[in-house]
Design a binder for this molecule. Structure first.
Ligand SMILES: O=C(O)CCC(=O)C(=O)O
Ligand SMILES: [Fe+2]
Length: 342
């Protein structure tokens, strides 16, 4: 079984909704074609605003920032988690689509969504300024917890549920569909495995968590980018080799997403005698311009990593708990000033 590193978090029953628009349904042919052609899909109406508010609860207290005072804001925060909930219960529609994209012989199993919110609030420096995607310096593919191969099971899909409305220029993740063939080719050429930062095994920096240079350079060799904006309740489903970067949120609107990984139980397979490939595998094959990859196989063992992020978030979690406790002890401000003495 391949899974993300265990994180300290409590399983909770999520808020649910029976609204008809949220009902699970098969993907349309157009949606499937879009995913295969571009490596991404935006599914709307996957959960309600109330459900998002449930996920976002106490966000400002957790952050230790004041919504009305930008001087307290950090540009971007990858928050730790406290609560884990079942995605198939919270959003049966997203769960059904995830299943459809990943379905093949190797079933994925990863229902855990968490309140590890990724908050983008922008910065004074970039407020009101447009940034070309080439100038962003945070390009990467997800999966900081394993050595990457073309067929890696640990990251089957990158899922981005949207927990706050994101208008264009409002901090949507920048994605680079044109990068998928470049990442796929690189992994094809490195069956010995590369680090989460794409440093090949055997290189002195293979163990390091140092630079995003490979990703940034690759993104800068591309011309077409898409900003993942949308409404609360939308879910972006991205191919695991999708290059993406945080954007600079020039509008400085509160932007909240998460990025729960989906993993396969078995490595992906690019040589299925019956041609029964998952849509995720199809995107990879198409990116390489191949029908199948007979004979391609990894040459070294699979390996998990414990990223620095886990240690950092552990400390953040303790700090958040203290702020939440403090807030619970502080009486709410009176709604009205006390009446003047008669
Ligand atoms: O904040 C974003 O828009 C992207 C975040 C991201 O890609 C990540 O944390 O892995
Ligand atoms: Fe990411």
């Amino acid at each position: 079984m391949y899974a993300a590193p265990l994180e300290e978090s409590e399983w909770v029953e999520p808020l649910t909704s029976n609204e008809a628009r949220l009902a699970p349904r098969p993907l349309t042919e157009e949606e499937k074609e879009h995913f295969v052609a571009h490596g991404w899909l935006r599914l709307t109406d996957c959960f309600t605003k109330e459900q998002a508010d449930w996920v976002n609860q106490d966000v400002w207290t957790r952050l230790g920032m004041d919504p009305n005072d930008k001087s307290t804001w950090a540009q971007r925060t990858n928050m730790p988690c406290h609560r884990t909930f079942d995605a198939s219960v919270f959003s049966p529609k997203a769960w059904s689509a995830i299943n459809e994209l990943c379905a093949g012989r190797q079933l994925h199993d990863s229902r855990e969504w968490r309140d590890s919110l990724i908050v983008n609030l922008g910065s004074d420096e970039y407020e009101g300024k447009e940034t070309h995607p080439h100038e962003l310096d945070n390009w990467h593919v997800d999966g900081d917890f394993f050595v990457h191969y073309l067929d890696s099971p640990e990251q089957a899909l990158l899922v981005i549920p949207i927990f706050s409305d994101i208008s264009p220029g409002g901090g949507g993740t920048m994605i680079c569909p044109e990068g998928i063939p470049k990442v796929a080719r690189y992994l094809y050429d490195h069956p010995e495995g590369v680090s989460p930062r794409m440093i090949p095994r055997g290189h002195p920096d293979f163990e390091a968590e140092k630079t995003l240079d490979w990703f940034n350079t690759t993104a800068r060799s591309c011309e077409n980018f898409v900003e993942a904006h949308g409404k609360v309740g939308d879910v972006f489903l991205l191919h695991p080799l999708m290059l993406h970067s945080a954007s600079r949120n020039p509008l400085r609107q509160l932007r909240i997403i998460t990025n729960p990984p989906v993993f396969f139980r078995e490595p992906q397979c690019f040589d299925r005698p019956d041609g029964d490939y998952s849509l995720v595998e199809r995107v990879t094959l198409r990116a390489l311009g191949k029908e199948s990859l007979p004979g391609w196989k990894i040459t070294r063992p699979r390996e998990m990593r414990v990223p620095e992020r886990i240690r950092i978030q552990q400390k953040m979690r303790e700090e958040e708990k203290q702020r939440l406790q403090q807030a619970a002890l502080t009486p709410p401000l009176a709604a009205e000033p006390p009446a003047a003495a008669a």
